[in-house]
Design a protein around this ligand. Structure first.
Ligand code: 5GP
Ligand code: MN
Length: 326
């Protein structure tokens, strides 16, 4: 197997690897989003079309708003017991295999394929197909689908379009390149259901979620001359509003959207764990800030898990942001 000196595998090498295996597990990251799931479902559909066996591993389950994705009902924490030894585990949209969670059975590096678009991917696979300039992992997968030469039906197209719309924030973020829009147009022509993706992922909210957003907005605090906005969610707020952790997904964007704000953080202290979502308008690298606390992501969108009490998490994250120029 020839790898380029950068450590990034070529499209041909990855496709050769895919053709050489009979069984696959598509692995998505904990607290999955439309990119990690859509990318794996699309590639899984293509591989099944080639007569391959495909299973799907996901530790936390599919969120309500992504259950419309084709084959989402096949995604599970439990894997079939009779998978062959040469099963290839395909990790989609994660900078390190540990993002798959602790329930994934042990996998040899020789059986790991890493497909991603994050900055700072740890290149953990036998092959690492990491294209940092792509807007989504699904658009990375698109290169593989073209090289495989499989027919692109409306189910595959819907999965890939869902990855693009998820990671561009419905074509709003700065990664919405002309290439991303052209690919989206191609996918719509193939039958991708943009209406459904828009409705399910972006528009429909539960009443409890909207009430929770109100609480989060009430608790917003502004620091650094109004350039840093943060807020939090805890179990009591979920209880009071009838919302749950899934409903908090895009709330950090409301914080970033406040006038004058360069960086936003939403702290989610839920069921004994503190998850922090960071968003940047482009001046501060929040991937680097999250990296200081063991997390990661992208320049403008990152996350981390804070180990310690919530009152300590606030200054720790602020210090990491200050170290990155806040
Ligand atoms: P979110 O705030 O939506 O959970 O995550 C934003 C981005 O940061 C996503 O691209 C996600 O994959 C990445 N990210 C979130 N949490 C972590 C983490 O704990 N570790 C790493 N490496 N990346 C994360
Ligand atoms: Mn992604």
């Amino acid at each position: 197997m020839i790898e380029s000196t950068s450590g990034i595998a070529s499209t041909k090498d990855v496709v050769e690897e895919l053709r050489g295996r009979s069984a696959f597990v598509m692995v998505s990251h904990v607290k999955p989003d439309g990119d990690t799931l859509g990318a794996g479902l699309a590639l899984g559909l293509a591989l099944k079309g080639l007569g391959k066996r495909v299973a799907y591993f996901q530790q936390d389950g599919v969120p309500r708003n992504l259950r419309f994705l084709p084959d989402a009902e096949l995604v599970s924490r439990r894997l079939p017991a009779d998978l062959p030894d040469d099963t290839l585990y395909v990790f989609c949209d994660m900078s390190d295999w540990r993002r798959a969670g602790e329930y994934l059975p042990p996998v040899d590096r020789a059986n790991m394929l890493d497909i991603d678009h994050h900055l700072g991917n740890s290149l953990f696979g036998k092959l690492n197909y990491v294209l940092e300039h792509e807007c989504s992992t699904g658009s990375v997968v698109m290169h593989l689908l073209r090289e495989l030469g499989v027919p692109l039906d409306e189910r595959i197209a819907t999965c890939i379009l869902a990855t693009i719309m998820t990671d561009t924030g419905g074509f709003m973020h700065s990664n919405t390149t002309p290439d991303a829009l052209e690919l989206a147009a191609e996918l719509m022509r193939l039958g991708a259901d943009k209406e459904q993706i828009t409705e399910e992922i972006f528009l429909r909210k539960r009443v409890g979620a909207t009430k929770l957003l109100g609480r989060v907005v009430e608790k917003m605090r502004f620091e650094h001359g109004g350039r840093y906005c943060y807020s939090y969610v805890d179990d009591a707020m979920l209880e009071q509003t009838g919302a749950d952790g899934e409903d908090t997904e895009d709330m950090v964007n409301t914080l970033l959207g406040q006038e004058g704000v360069d960086v936003a953080a939403l702290f989610k202290a839920i069921e004994g764990e503190i998850r922090v979502s960071l968003r940047s308008s482009g001046r501060i690298n929040v991937q680097a800030a999250a990296g200081r606390l063991g997390g990661g992501g992208h320049f403008r969108a990152s996350g981390l898990t804070y180990r310690g009490p919530l009152p300590d998490a606030f200054p720790a994250v602020e210090a990491a942001l200050v170290a990155e120029g806040l």
